[in-house]
Design a protein around this ligand. Structure first.
Ligand SMILES: Cc1cc2nc3c(=O)[nH]c(=O)nc-3n(C[C@H](O)[C@H](O)[C@H](O)COP(=O)(O)OP(=O)(O)OC[C@H]3O[C@@H](n4cnc5c(N)ncnc54)[C@H](O)[C@@H]3O)c2cc1C
Ligand SMILES: *[C@@H]1O[C@H](CO)[C@@H](O)[C@H](O)[C@H]1NC(C)=O
Ligand SMILES: *[C@@H]1O[C@H](CO)[C@@H](O)[C@H](O)[C@H]1NC(C)=O
Ligand SMILES: *[C@@H]1O[C@H](CO)[C@@H](O)[C@H](O)[C@H]1NC(C)=O
Ligand SMILES: *[C@@H]1O[C@H](CO)[C@@H](O)[C@H](O)[C@H]1NC(C)=O
Ligand SMILES: *[C@@H]1O[C@H](CO)[C@@H](O)[C@H](O)[C@H]1NC(C)=O
Length: 589
C-alpha cells in the first residue's frame, strides 16, 4: 500500500510538473535569476566555483587575486604579471562549466592568480572569402553562433549547451555529434589559434604564439586543458548557413549494437538516447537541408529550459524521497514519465519556436545546434535546474569515450547488466539515460585517436558526501567497465576523479603533449596540483567513503558506507570491478 502510494505520488508530481511548464509566461518579470558568476572575489580572496556550486571533491578552490583583461594585449600583460611575480595562474571563464577541477589554481593560495575571460569577448572577425572566423577566447558559443548567422555562416558542429566559451570548450575537447566531414569535435574545426605563454625577462615575461595547422605545437594546443598557457584567439572553419531537419524515433533498443554505425553514416548529426530500463532507444534522424526548405523551428532542449524553480525543486525532493525510501519501483515510474514527457515534447523541439506540432522539425542551424534558455532567465522564479541557489538537481556525470569498434561489445555488457535487474537502471533514466554521440578521430594529442562514441550518463548525487545512492553499484560498475575493461578515454570536461586513473597510458600522443607543455611552460605556471591530478591520472590516498564520490575505487568496506549497509563488492558482469553495493548482510572483505 505504502509503496503503491509513493509510486503514484511521484508519478503525479511529474505530470503536474509537465503542466506547470506553462507557468513562466504567466509569471511577472521582477528580476532575472541569471547564473551567478563562478568567480567571487572580496578584499582578501577569490573563490572559484563550477556551475553546480560544488567541485568533485566538494573542496572550494581559491586564488589570491583575479584580473579581467578585455584585449589580447591586456591578456598578455596579465600572464606577464603572473610570471614576473612567480605566481601560479589559471584562466577561468564566465561559465566554469567543467566538472573536474582543471581551472583551480594551486592550493597554495598566497601565490595563485586567476585570469578571467569574462570581459574578453569583444572581437569576432569573420573572413567571408576564406570562410573562417577568429574570436577572442572569451566569446560564448551563443555569441559566436549568432554573429555567424548574421553574416550568412554556420558553425557545423558544437556542444548542445550554449553556455560555454570558445576558449573553454576547445580546452576540454567539447563536442556535438557527427561522423561526417571533420566530425563532431569543435577542436577539429579549428585552423589556427593564438596562445600567450610565459617568456624570459627580456621578452617581457610573456609572449603571444600564433599557431597554424603547420606548427608542430598546434596539435597540443587544440585540446590543452588550460595547462599550456592562455589562449587568446581561436580561428574556426565555418560553412555557408544551412538548415536542419530533425525527427526522433522512439523505438525498441533491440539491435542497438548493430544499428549505431549505419545510423551515424546515414544522418549527419545523428545521436542516440538509450533508456535501458525502458528498453527504449531514441534515434535522432538529423540531416542538413537546403536553406530554402520551409521551417523556422527552435531546439530548446528540455534539460536546459528556463524552468520555474518549483519544477527542479519538486523533482529533486521526490528523487531524494525515493532515494531515502530505497524505492526503485518509484524511480522507474518517474523514469517512464520522463520518457513519456520527452516524447510528448520531442525533447524540446518547437516547430514554430513555441510548440512541438509534429515531425520533421526544420529550422536554421543557429537555432537547432545548441540551446540554453535558462541562461537568460526572465524571472526570479526561474533558473537553470541545477542552479546552486535553489534546491534543484544535483548529479554526477560520467562520460567515457570508446573507439567505435569496441562499442558493440560494451552494449552487450550493458544489456547483460540491465537484464539482471532492469530496475537498477532507472536512476539514470530519470535524466538522459545513456546518451550516445559520435566524434571522429583527431590529430589533437589529447583528442580521440580514432572514430569514437561518447557515452554519457547522469545520476543522483546526495547533498552530503557520505550518503550513498540507490543502485550506485551499477553506476560504478558501468564506470569501471568503460574506463578499465574497455579502456575508454575520459571526456576532460566531465567525469569523477577515478575516470582519469591511468589516463597517461591511453593517449598514443600523450608524451608529445607533455613535451609541448615542458617547452611552452617549463615553470608550470599554468599547472596546479588540482590539474596535475587529472592530467597525470594520479591515484589519491583512500579515505573513508572515498568510493561514494568517485574519488577512489573501493578495496575495503570503509571506502563505501558500512554504516548505511553499502559494502565493497565485486562487479556483477565485469568481475574486476569493485563497487559499493547495498546488502543487509556483511559480505566477506
Ligand atoms: C549543462 C552542461 C552541458 C554541457 N554540454 C556539453 C556538450 O554537449 N558537449 C560537450 O562536449 N561538453 C558539454 N559540457 C561540458 C563543457 O562543454 C566543457 O566543460 C567546457 O570546457 C566548458 O567551457 P567553459 O567555457 O565553461 O570553460 P571552463 O570550464 O571555465 O574552463 C575549462 C578549462 O579550459 C581552460 N580555459 C578556459 N579558457 C581558456 C583560455 N582562454 N585559455 C586557456 N585555457 C582556458 C580552463 O582553465 C579550464 O581548464 C556541458 C557542461 C554543462 C555544465
Ligand atoms: C572573503 O571570502 C572568503 C571565502 O568565502 C571568506 O572566508 C572571507 O571571510 C571573506 N573575507 C571578507 C573580508 O569578506
Ligand atoms: C592583482 O593583480 C593586478 C594585476 O592584474 C595587480 O595590479 C594588483 O596589484 C594585484 N592585487 C593584489 C592585492 O595582489
Ligand atoms: C598542493 O600544493 C600545496 C602547496 O603547493 C600543498 O600544500 C598541498 O599538499 C598539495 N596537495 C596535493 C594534493 O598535492
Ligand atoms: C524507427 O526505428 C526502428 C528500428 O530501427 C525502425 O524499424 C522503424 O522503421 C523506425 N521508424 C521510423 C518512423 O523511421
Ligand atoms: C530550393 O532552391 C533550389 C535551387 O537552389 C531549387 O531547385 C528548389 O526547387 C528550391 N526548393 C524550394 C522548396 O523552393
Amino acid at each position: 500500500m505504502i509503496k503503491m502510494g509513493s509510486v503514484s505520488f511521484s508519478f503525479w508530481i511529474w505530470w503536474i510538473l509537465a503542466i506547470t511548464h506553462m507557468l513562466p509566461s504567466m509569471i511577472q518579470i521582477i528580476e532575472a535569476r541569471i547564473p551567478e558568476s563562478p568567480l567571487q572575489c572580496n578584499q582578501t580572496l577569490c573563490t572559484l566555483y563550477n556551475t553546480y556550486g560544488r567541485w568533485g571533491d566538494r573542496k572550494d578552490c581559491y586564488a589570491l587575486n583575479a584580473t579581467y583583461p578585455t584585449t589580447e594585449e591586456e591578456l598578455r600583460a596579465a600572464v606577464s604579471y603572473a610570471v614576473k611575480h612567480n605566481l601560479k595562474a589559471k584562466v577561468v571563464t564566465r561559465f566554469s562549466h567543467t566538472m573536474p577541477k582543471l581551472a583551480c589554481p594551486d592550493q597554495a593560495v598566497q601565490s595563485s592568480f586567476v585570469i578571467s575571460t569574462e570581459h574578453y569577448n569583444l572581437q569576432i572577425q569573420i573572413d567571408t572569402a576564406n570562410a573562417v572566423v577568429t574570436v577572442d577566447a572569451g566569446v560564448s558559443l551563443r555569441q559566436l553562433i549568432d554573429a555567424l548567422e548574421v553574416a550568412g555562416f554556420s558553425l557545423v558542429v558544437s556542444p548542445y549547451w550554449e553556455g560555454i566559451t570558445i576558449g573553454g570548450l576547445i580546452s576540454t575537447g567539447a563536442h556535438g555529434s557527427s561522423w561526417w566531414g571533420k566530425g563532431g569535435s569543435v577542436h577539429d574545426h579549428v585552423v589556427g589559434l593564438s596562445i600567450v605563454v610565459p617568456a624570459s625577462k627580456s621578452e617581457g615575461y610573456a609572449k603571444i604564439l600564433r599557431l597554424d595547422e603547420q606548427n608542430p605545437l598546434f596539435n597540443a594546443a587544440k585540446v590543452s586543458l588550460g595547462v599550456l598557457g592562455a589562449i587568446s584567439k581561436v580561428t574556426l572553419r565555418v560553412e555557408p548557413s544551412f538548415k536542419r531537419s530533425i525527427t526522433y524515433n522512439f523505438t525498441s533498443d533491440v539491435g542497438l549494437e548493430d544499428l549505431y554505425v549505419d545510423h551515424a553514416n546515414k544522418y549527419e548529426f545523428a545521436d542516440i538516447t538509450w533508456y535501458p530500463s525502458q528498453h527504449t532507444a531514441i534515434y535522432r534522424y538529423d540531416s542538413r537541408v537546403p536553406l530554402n526548405t520551409s521551417g523556422n523551428a527552435v531546439f530548446d532542449f528540455i534539460g536546459f529550459q528556463d524552468n520555474p524553480t518549483l519544477i527542479p525543486e519538486a523533482v529533486r525532493a521526490s528523487e531524494t524521497l525515493l532515494e531515502r525510501t530505497r524505492d526503485a519501483h518509484g524511480k522507474c515510474s518517474t523514469a517512464a514519465a520522463t520518457l513519456a514527457y520527452r516524447k510528448l515534447t520531442a525533447n524540446g523541439l518547437k516547430n514554430d519556436g513555441i510548440l512541438f506540432t509534429g515531425y520533421p522539425v526544420i529550422g536554421y542551424q543557429s537555432k537547432m545546434q545548441a540551446s540554453g534558455s535558462c541562461l537568460n532567465s526572465q524571472s526570479l522564479h526561474t533558473s537553470c535546474p541545477w542552479d546552486p541557489r535553489i534546491k534543484g538537481l544535483f548529479f554526477f556525470e560520467t562520460t567515457p569515450i570508446l573507439p567505435a569498434s569496441l562499442f558493440r561489445d560494451f552494449v552487450f555488457d550493458v544489456k547483460k547488466l540491465r537484464d539482471l535487474n532492469p530496475q537498477s537502471f532507472c536512476g539514470a533514466d530519470n535524466y538522459n539515460g545513456i546518451f550516445l554521440r559520435y566524434i571522429k578521430g583527431s590529430d589533437a594529442y589529447l583528442g580521440q585517436s580514432e572514430d569514437s562514441i561518447v557515452i554519457d550518463f547522469n545520476y543522483y548525487r546526495a547533498k552530503d558526501a557520505l550518503t550513498p545512492r540507490l543502485n550506485q553499484d551499477i553506476w560504478e560498475e558501468l564506470e569501471q567497465m568503460a574506463f578499465f575493461k574497455y579502456g575508454a578515454k575520459p571526456h576532460w570536461g566531465k567525469n569523477r576523479n577515478i575516470a582519469f586513473l591511468g589516463v597517461d597510458k591511453k593517449f598514443p600522443n600523450y608524451n608529445k603533449f607533455i613535451e609541448a607543455k615542458q617547452q611552452l611552460d617549463p615553470q608550470n605556471v599554468f599547472s596546479s596540483n588540482w590539474s596535475d591530478e587529472i592530467l597525470f591520472g594520479k591515484e589519491l590516498e583512500k579515505s573513508d567513503g572515498c568510493a561514494l564520490e568517485g574519488l577512489c575505487i573501493c578495496s575495503e568496506h570503509r571506502h563505501c558506507s558500512p554504516q548505511n549497509n553499502y559494502y565493497c563488492s565485486q562487479g556483477l558482469v565485469y568481475k574486476d570491478a569493485w563497487v559499493c553495493r547495498y546488502s543487509t548482510t556483511v559480505p566477506p572483505s
